[in-house]
Design a protein around this ligand. Structure first.
Ligand code: OGA
Ligand code: MN
Length: 285
């Protein structure tokens, strides 16, 4: 088996073949994968079959595995014996009818994972274990390209400004910041961020999480956010991943957003997720 990295015919993403992720990687292999991930933003590994611990061990090649933002006492996964690092992205329920995981059903709008925290995790790794017969695809959008596509005048106008990123635990609707933020995880972040490793600049705005642009009246902020979201979700910078059992996808939250398409609620969907710690977002100069 030899490690091969094949860029997707898409605005981001590459497929990695010739590797069994259950094995401990030598440094050269881990370095090649990490470099490809920085280049391509999203890596797809197919036909993998990882236990929870194997998934965590693979992630650990690239940094420290992160604790979830959700308090442990609110995690369905912890109630099911996990330790606060693993998320089960699933609509499955236990015999009492309680959800065993998170992000259960339905469409999810584009977002950056953990943008509402002071130090968002840099990577998310999602491993498909059980899938519906249709839908539940994950779309990825290239935020380097989105930054380039922001109209010049708007980019100048927003230079140096921050945006409130606010998270409603349902992950299904936007927060209304005028209703108060007492029980809502939130963080002011630069609108344009510099990637700490590639040095490239990205748009750090999303439909689901971005709630208010600093220093603007709410209606003006809403109008500009809408304009930015149109740029950020332009089909020319989006790739839709159609999952197969055994896929493991690893994405960079500093320069991409992702979204989920709807799927039949009566069908089971289960993916196992972990993340890798990152640092505070860096404002573009
Ligand atoms: C996530 C997420 C999308 C999906 O795990 O962060 O947004 O397709 N998942 O379930
Ligand atoms: Mn997500």
């Amino acid at each position: 088996m030899s490690l091969t990295i094949t860029p997707l015919v898409a605005p981001l993403g590459a497929e990695v073949t010739g590797i069994d992720l259950r094995e401990v990687l030598d440094k050269e292999t881990a370095d090649r994968i990490y470099a490809a991930w920085l280049d391509h933003i999203v890596l797809v590994f197919r036909d993998q079959e990882l236990s929870k611990d194997e998934q965590l061990a693979f992630a650990r090649h690239f940094g420290s595995v992160g604790d979830r933002a959700t308090p442990k006492d609110l995690q369905n996964e912890v109630a099911n014996g996990y330790d606060g690092r693993i998320m089960l992205v699933t609509n499955q329920r236990d015999e009492k009818g309680n959800y065993i995981g998170s992000l259960q059903d339905g469409e999810m709008w584009f977002h950056h994972d953990m943008s509402y925290t002071p130090a968002p995790h840099k990577a998310t790794l999602l491993h498909a274990l059980e899938l519906p017969s249709e839908g539940g695809n994950t779309k990825f959008a290239n935020m380097y390209m989105a930054y380039e596509n922001v109209p010049d005048a708007l980019r100048e106008n927003l230079r140096g400004r921050r945006v409130l990123q606010a998270y409603n635990r349902s992950m299904l609707e936007r927060v209304d910041p005028e209703q108060g933020l007492d029980d809502i995880a939130h963080q002011w972040q630069p609108i344009f961020v510099k990637h700490p490793e590639t040095g490239r600049i990205s748009l750090y705005v999303s439909h689901l999480i971005s709630a208010w642009i600093e220093g603007l009246a709410r209606d003006e902020s809403e109008a500009i956010l809408e304009q930015l979201v149109v740029v950020a979700e332009d089909p020319s910078l989006v790739h839709e991943h159609i999952w197969n059992d055994g896929d493991l996808v690893m994405w960079d939250n500093r320069c991409s957003t992702h979204a989920r398409t709807d799927f039949p609620p009566e069908q089971s969907r289960l993916l196992r997720r972990c993340t890798i710690e990152g640092g505070p977002m860096i404002a573009a100069a």
